[in-house]
Design a binder for this molecule. Sequence first.
Ligand code: S3P
Length: 430
Amino acid sequence: MSSVTVSGPGLIQGTFIPPGDKSISHRAVMFGALSDGESSYTHFLEAEDCLSTLEAFRAMGVSIDHKKGSGKITIHGVGLRGLKAPEREIYLGNSGTSMRVLMGILAGQKFEVTLTGDPSLTSRPMRRVTDPLKKMGAQIKGKDNGNFAPITIRGGKLKGIDFDNHLASAQVKSALLFAGLYAEGQTKIRETISSRDHTERFLQSAGASFKRAGQWLVVEKTEHLKPFHAEIPGDISAAAFFITAAAMTRGSSLTVEKVCLNPTRTGLIRVLERMGASIQTTVTQTDPEPLGIIQVQGRKLKGTRISKDEIPSLIDELPILMTAMAVAEGESLISGAEELRVKETDRIHSMAVNLNRLGAQLEELPDGCIIRGGAKLYGGKVTSFGDHRTAMSMAIAALTLEAGEVVIEDTDCVATSFPSFFDELNRLRK
Ligand code: S3P
């Protein structure tokens, strides 16, 4: 198990192009595999999670060309009904998106597959996906009535359902949208709070039988998907660590280029602005995904409140926002974020334990936390709890130290989403 030491304090200065977006990279492989003909992408995220998705499709007979380090992939799509039964169970490592969204695709296949993963993934709740897929007609078995992997799924003759996505989960929504491509009748999904809409954008570009109608997403059985040729936008959830680092340290100046600016993903920017950050955003492309430049100048921030409606647009950015809130002036409150407790680790707990160890005042609530800001942080030893975003947030916390260094234990997990994170931190920190 490796550990990394980051000394403080520090500033962020320079220009940064984030790695390919994780959510879009997963979907790029899925849509490429299920479309007719060849799809090609550049700036694909070569992190463990997305490679798990890629290997899963290879195991189901899809030929994918990928030269490691190039960011380029070419997928020889087999069409919606061309996947083959894998020879053995499919291992998805730490990747919740791979497992949950794949289940929707597998619900439409005429063969049986078992999906499994690492100890974190096999203890994350899956019934949110398996229950509605069973209602659609899939046969699914797993521990605790289909709640935990290993999960065995045999696709059935599916029928459309009406589903209320009350968790505002893009993973659940995406699984059902994929299953809907194979189902008789309409599959209708209602979202009162929008979650990330990358799957919908892919469905539209692929020519699927899909429409948005107010709060409802409606998908119908589809015979063919068109292939894709695209550059994957930079991941704002990876950029978030450096954006926040720059925003909260006086003297920092950062330009982030080619970053995805999809409004369902940019809650971080809105919250940092509310905290008083100096951020300028320029949109350079709108279709199929908004893309652009973010410029940040560092200054002292003040506390704010984040509540339920905003959570899906910044769910993965809450650990780094907690770090900013710990040192900002005044009190902050995060509520309606109980989903954080079932991420790769319980991120409310991991961040509370770690930040408090450095001198922060963060009090856990069942669905969030209260943070008494203005803390002076000093060096100490923390752990990732096996969670990539906790590890990266604690590395950034080091930049705000009064003195000392942060020793972060168990940092291998960073490779699940951002393998070059520590190299980039070394390059950008001053
Ligand atoms: C993701 C959706 C989010 C997010 C995850 C990626 C996706 O999860 O936390 O990192 O790609 O659909 P939920 O849908 O469970 O909120």
